[in-house]
Write a protein that binds this ligand. Sequence first.
Ligand code: SF4
Length: 324
Amino acid sequence: MKGGRNVNNYENAPHCYFSVPVERRLIIEVTRKCNLHCSHCCSRSGPRGKDIPLQKLKEVVKKISPREIYISGGEPFLYPQITEFVEWLKKRNIYISIATNGTLVDKLEEVLPFVDKIQVSIDGLREDHDELRGKGAFDTVVNCFLKKFDKLRNTQTLRISCTLWKNETLEEEYIKSYLDFLENSIKPDEVVFNILIPVGRGSYLGKTIFLKELKIKSTVKKVASKNNNYKMKIVIHRDKPFDEKFQCPGGNKIFFYGEKGYSPCSWIYKLMPEFTNEDLKKSTEAFTSFLRTREKLGEFGCPAAAILYSNSPFRRDKLWRNSS
Ligand code: SF4
């Protein structure tokens, strides 16, 4: 992708909804099949979702040549050739992260040797996680999946992903109890706090929570700084204001592929389908041209967040420094 945007100075730049990689990262939704039917699922996955053929996945990887890949879904552990796929990626020396709901315990042993990082969702304490993901889900993750992971793990990083999704869980006291539970019982390498983005099934739950994005982040930061003896790393994306130097890494450092084609990032895939195309070049060129127009109009920051905050990609992302 020559002649693209200059996004080489990201190490010191603020994060968008992703930590921006130095080299290319591909986010790939290998399936929309899922054994759960979570009420906040941004990709509306469920038992009848479709898989992307393995041959197509390999073609996409060859085309993007990523240094890192993040495999998501749906539930990637349900993808019929998941082991074959990660083994193939490993041979190409690609850093592999895989996201899972942590309920398909039997598949873990097969997949784990090939991955570098496993991201398991725990969306709050037992009652709240189960309300979102189904009764018994929390115990399966904590008492079966993660116990097995502990026995099998070698050098793999364990990341817990938490989407806070209801008002009662946004308070300092709750967040502290949650972090204490992780630190004492799970001992992950890191925890990432995601915001419930109101797309897919999440659109029914998410709007009011999304608008509290900045408050949630400052609460998490406050808890983390008051309890600075946590060993796990606490990751909060979009935690600093953006300025004119911030350029969206979508279609330049970050690429997405899902059942409808390539898109510059997973949120743009869901919010601006006009940039999804089976032709990678068409997708990235159209998005780059859109970003240039946006900059000429004086708007910066994340276009996906601009839609979510202001209903238009040409309006304000709340984190841009001049936003009111
Ligand atoms: S649209 Fe750009 S800035 Fe926003 S989350 Fe996606 S990659 Fe990051």
